[in-house]
Design a protein around this ligand. Structure first.
Ligand code: NAD
Ligand code: LMR
Length: 335
């Protein structure tokens, strides 16, 4: 019996993500929370013949807490998306930090042991907001909090195929992406691609720059194409549902998995060795992790970065520090 809860379930990401979770055979209960239209989305999805029982919740009468009560996994695409000309950082102060702090408080009350998957931007700062609220409530478990950067990995695989051509392996390219989830903080490790990217492409600076830029700024491509109607929703729903599936299969299906996600590396997290590799004591970074029954079983080594990637690492670290600080010091207004 697995209960999943989506916060922001009526939104551009929330609706297709909820659909994909409804189709996940491991999910037996699906609670949908939003400040609008959650009941409509729940009624609609409830007609699909799959195991998950779907219920919708709106804010009155502690709707968030009722939706979250007893959840095993909470996935959060609540908040405002970018419009052309905005950075992800612009979303933080305007509204998303406050939304994340409120939802974190509700999770601390209703389902403190749940896996928490944060999609709301800017991920580099909203994950520290979650951690701080959970710490204050005395329920922070670094093994269970994930900033979802999986869309960067999906994009890397797709864009590498576009440049190199389809690999023989049916699974396509697997390209680790580390760092954060905004512009130059997104650090694709093309040198570690499986199968390997031909060395002539990696050695061609112009080609490599273009590929790395496309992965780092893939979000802008969608924001520009949607022209004011929001940012990536469908690809994010797919990436979010896939990441949730990995977490659930590791926790409840006995299948461990190595993925990358933006996680806490501070005290008692097991992240000290990888902090050494990064070269600073940043408290959050997207790193390879091994998922298991209790969430993050192990924080793994970054592996060998080539010279090009060492250069990208410096730029990522420089931008991540202040973004983390901003999230960690955010003061939610009193309720
Ligand atoms: P959207 O506006 O379509 O949907 C957001 C939903 O959140 C809306 O239905 C809204 O009613 C709801 N909401 C607002 N305040 C809420 C609250 N307090 N509690 C619960 N729900 C609330 O936006 P979207 O396109 O779905 O994007 C959502 C967020 O995801 C944005 O911040 C966006 O930048 C981010 N995003 C992240 C990634 C990633 O890779 N991590 C990818 C794409 C988008
Ligand atoms: C993305 O990478 O598509 C998301 O973070 C949304 C955005 O604002 O670009």
């Amino acid at each position: 019996m697995v209960k999943a809860c989506v916060c922001g379930a009526a939104g551009g990401i929330g609706q297709p993500l909820s659909l994909l979770l409804k189709l996940n055979p491991l999910v037996t209960e699906l609670a949908l929370y939003d400040v609008v239209n959650a009941l409509g989305v729940a009624a609609d999805l409830s007609h699909i013949a799959s195991p998950a029982q779907v219920t919708g919740y709106l804010p009155p009468d502690n709707g968030a807490e009722r939706a979250l009560e007893g959840s095993d996994i909470v996935i959060i695409p609540a908040g405002v998306p970018r419009k052309p000309g905005m950075t992800r950082d612009d979303l933080f102060v305007c509204i998303n930090a406050g939304i994340c702090a409120t939802l974190a408080q509700a999770i601390a009350t209703a389902c403190p042991k749940a896996f928490i998957l944060v999609i709301s931007n800017p991920v580099n700062s909203t994950v520290p907001v979650f951690a701080e609220v959970l710490k204050k409530a005395g329920v922070f478990d670094p093994k269970k909090l994930f900033g979802v950067t999986h869309l960067d990995i999906v994009r890397a695989s797709t864009f590498v195929s576009a440049v190199v051509g389809k690999p023989a392996e049916a699974s396509g390219y697997t390209v680790p992406v580390i760092g954060g989830h905004a512009g130059v903080t997104i650090l694709p490790l093309l040198s570690q691609s499986k199968p390997a990217i031909p060395s002539d492409i990696l050695a061609d600076k112009e080609k490599r720059d273009a590929l790395v830029y496309r992965i780092q700024f893939g979000g802008d491509e969608v924001v520009k194409a949607k022209d004011g109607a929001g940012s990536a929703t469908l690809s994010m729903a797919q990436a979010g549902a896939e990441f949730a599936k990995f977490v659930l299969e590791a926790a409840f299906g006995g299948k461990s998995k190595v993925v990358q996600a933006y996680v806490y590396l501070g005290a008692d997290s097991g992240g000290a060795a990888v902090q050494k590799e990064i070269g600073t004591e940043l408290e959050y970074f997207s790193v390879p992790i091994e998922l298991g029954s209790s969430g993050i079983e192990k924080i793994l080594s970054l592996g060998k970065l080539d010279e090009y990637e060492q250069g990208l690492l410096g730029a990522a670290v420089k931008e991540l520090g202040p973004s983390i600080e901003k999230g960690a010091t955010f003061q939610p207004s009193p309720p």
